[in-house]
Design a protein around this ligand. Structure first.
Ligand SMILES: [Zn+2]
Length: 151
């Protein structure tokens, strides 16, 4: 799905990208111009301030609580019936689609201890960020399970 997030929801943005969604985060305050420009996206906000405008414009939206990103993620997953699977096919930072890369080619960018056990290396063609699966991946799976119990 395509989402537009308020700028204080960067942690939520990261996790929605882990689940494979196309997420854009507003650079500054919410404004009408950005809402018009992104009207095909579902808007996730922590305030009811724009509710009337959003309704009038026919933009789908969800209001989430302000500080708890785990609760936010739980609500978005359940409200939109998202599949709670870590696809990890998008860059957590910029949202671009990741491309697989050979482990040997990025050896100098991976801590030696992680290198031996890490697998599924991917590279972001937009910002150059490098990702891989390793011990942290198990932790993410556990975190996602916890998140789903939050709401
Ligand atoms: Zn990126």
């Amino acid at each position: 799905m395509k989402f537009l997030l308020e700028n204080n929801l960067s942690k939520l943005a990261k996790w929605l990208r882990f689940l494979g969604h196309d997420v854009r985060v507003l650079g500054g305050e919410v404004n009408l111009r950005e809402l018009v420009r992104n009207q095909e996206r579902i808007f996730i906000t922590t305030s009811r301030r724009w509710e009337r405008t959003l309704k009038r414009m026919g933009i789908e939206y969800l209001v989430v609580p302000r500080h708890d990103w785990e609760l936010q993620l739980c609500m978005v997953i359940k409200h939109f019936g998202l599949s709670p699977r870590l696809l990890l096919d998008r860059c957590a930072y910029c949202g671009a689609k990741l491309v697989p890369v050979e482990k040997e080619k990025v050896k100098d960018r991976v801590p030696p201890r992680a290198y031996d056990t890490a697998y599924d290396f991917t590279l972001c063609p937009e910002c150059g960020a490098l990702f891989w699966k390793g011990t942290h991946y198990e932790g993410m799976l556990r975190k996602l399970e916890e998140v789903l119990k939050k709401c």
